[in-house]
Design a protein around this ligand. Structure first.
Ligand code: PLP
Length: 407
């Protein structure tokens, strides 16, 4: 008899964005001429930068001739891309990361979801609330979360984000082994300062814990005092792994390219308490279960670091950030409390007493705007919605006009 992994039955019934899509589809079928503006899912709306398109074409062209054809590539990604990343994203910011410590992949969703495979099943995990759902769901699938009661899993240490702490969670008061952090944050748009991040690194060292640092929105940081990488913090290389993605940086959500940094000195512990390096473990995992990102996609990603690529990317992100400013200004005018929107494409808005699905329904029905209900990101998200700046200027402006009319 073929039996299922019972841990899957511990997952909440439906994936947040599916639930939203169903509600929107139902509304659209009942209101066929409604002009819906989607400020919900965090997908980009702008094209790949021309520099990436051109490199992508050239990469495809190389596959048409035997002398330049590429079959399977290196598991960790081509050196031409890893070297650019190491120089441009890390060494130039004073973070001592080598090309050998970078693993190219087809997405941070898979990397953040897969990395937990390297660890024992009885470790204690600290997960922020609200949170990007992948961290929690993949640990539930692995059987680490335990039973759920009142919407919370027994074995998870939740790191609560609130308006009071600015959605920067406090250090846990009990011992933990694996800590997920994401800054600039999805869903709240909150950012962490160097001194706050230093505290987390110090805590991880003290606890012999590991931080999985998701920096998928790093390119949105404009405040130069903020860290772009956890490796800008001294001593982080022993206790942190970082996830980066070209998805939001350069519009690769459909093209798929990301990377994970596993420093050579980063450790976990075996049963006898001895240190074991994570780099060879992740290398082993990837070479067994992953066969690399296609050559033309890696060429397209390399073009992100060309001089034209840098200009085109900055223009795109500046444009999204201007949308975010327009949204923030509207929230100021409406006197709604929010965080984010400054160094992030997300604005996390307090509903002034409305619960988050009510706020979602009201915006859909009265203004034909789709947002994301905060509750979908965890218990601490109740009472909030997330609005994303990934849209055209025109759509953002008309959505904000509509919100002003109904609120
Ligand atoms: N990490 C965070 C925090 C995200 O919000 C997302 C996508 O929305 C990802 C990772 C996934 O990125 P990718 O497209 O590289 O899989």
């Amino acid at each position: 008899m073929i039996r299922i992994n019972e841990n899957y039955n511990q997952l909440k019934a439906s994936y947040l964005f599916l639930e939203i899509a169903n509600k929107v589809a139902q509304f659209q079928s009942e209101n066929t001429d409604a002009d819906i503006i989607r400020l919900g899912i965090g997908d980009v709306t702008k094209t790949l930068p021309p520099a990436c398109i051109s490199a992508f074409h050239n990469g495809v062209e190389e596959l048409s001739s035997e002398s330049t054809f590429k079959g399977y590539g290196p598991y960790n990604g081509y050196a031409f891309l890893r070297e650019k990343i190491a120089q441009e994203d890390f060494q130039k910011r004073g973070a001592d990361i080598d090309a050998d410590e970078i693993f190219i992949s087809d997405g941070s969703k898979c990397d953040t979801g897969n990395f937990q495979e390297l660890f024992a099943n009885d470790i204690t995990i600290a997960i922020p609330d609200p949170v990007y759902p992948v961290y929690l769901d993949t640990n539930i699938m692995a059987g680490r979360a335990g039973d759920s009661k009142n919407g919370r899993y027994k074995n998870i240490v939740y790191l609560d984000g609130t308006m009071e702490n600015g959605f920067i969670p406090q250090l846990p008061s009990k011992p933990v082994d694996l800590i997920y952090l994401c800054f600039p944050n999805n869903p709240t748009g909150a950012v962490i300062t160097k001194s706050q991040l230093k505290e987390w690194v110090g805590f991880a060292k003290e606890q012999k814990a590991l931080i999985l640092f998701d920096a998928a929105y790093e390119a949105f940081i404009r405040d130069e005092t903020l860290p772009h990488s956890i490796f800008e913090i001294e001593g982080a290389k022993e206790v942190a792994v970082e996830f980066r993605s070209f998805s939001k940086t350069a519009g690769f959500t459909g093209t798929r390219c990301a990377y994970t940094i596993v420093p050579k000195e980063c450790v976990a512990y075996n049963e006898s308490g001895s240190k074991q390096l994570l780099h060879p473990l992740w290398q082993r995992r990837q070479s067994t279960k992953f066969n690399g990102v296609s050559y033309p996609v890696q060429k397209a990603a390399e073009a992100v670091y060309s001089s034209e690529g840098k200009v085109q990317i900055k223009q795109r992100i500046d444009d999204y950030l201007l949308n975010a400013r327009i949204i923030c200004k509207t929230m100021d005018d409406l006197k709604l409390n929010y965080v984010g929107g400054k160094n992030s494409p997300y604005i996390w808005i307090h509903g002034n007493g409305r619960d988050s699905w009510d706020f979602f329904d009201m915006l859909l029905k009265k203004a034909q705007i789709v947002c994301t209900p905060g509750k979908g990101f965890g218990q601490c998200g109740e009472g909030y919605i997330r609005i994303s700046a990934f849209n055209s200027r025109e759509n953002v402006q008309s959505a904000m006009e509509r919100m002003k009319k109904i609120l």
